[in-house]
Design a protein around this ligand. Sequence first.
Ligand code: TYD
Length: 143
Amino acid sequence: MHNMNLVKMLDFQQKGDERGKLVVIEGKQDIPFDIKRAFYIFGSDKDVVRGQHANRKTEFVLINVAGNSKVKVKDGMGNEAIYCLNRPHTGVYLPTMVWKDMYDFSEDSVLLCLASEHYDPQEYIRDYAEFTKEIQDMENEEK
Ligand code: TYD
């Protein structure tokens, strides 16, 4: 099974009361992994495409805590899917070895990214041809 089948939207519980809302994300409870790293992306123009990489080791959860954006996921074998992030209580889970593009950022977009690993540029695949090659190698190994 390709990892792209593991991509899924997550809906987090909102703990709201008259003071406002609160969303809690605990590693291994609300998302499939322990959180080692958090970063967020904001101030990207509408026509910017970010991401454009796959990760050999890191899993992510992406949440637009403000504004909205889209994430396009590709499996390297011709299949792709688009996820809209437009609510602070929904996220998308991205396993390892899927290609991702983040785009269509609203002006007020703050895209929170939770990661299962510390930053290591070596585990990023930034070349699409290299990505499809490694996917093909994985497919061949399974056979
Ligand atoms: P980049 O991976 O290009 O961002 P995106 O995933 O949004 O396309 O990262 C931008 C810069 O920030 C790049 O110089 C690497 C650096 N960076 C870190 O130092 N640590 C991190 O955890 C991340 C995600 C990026």
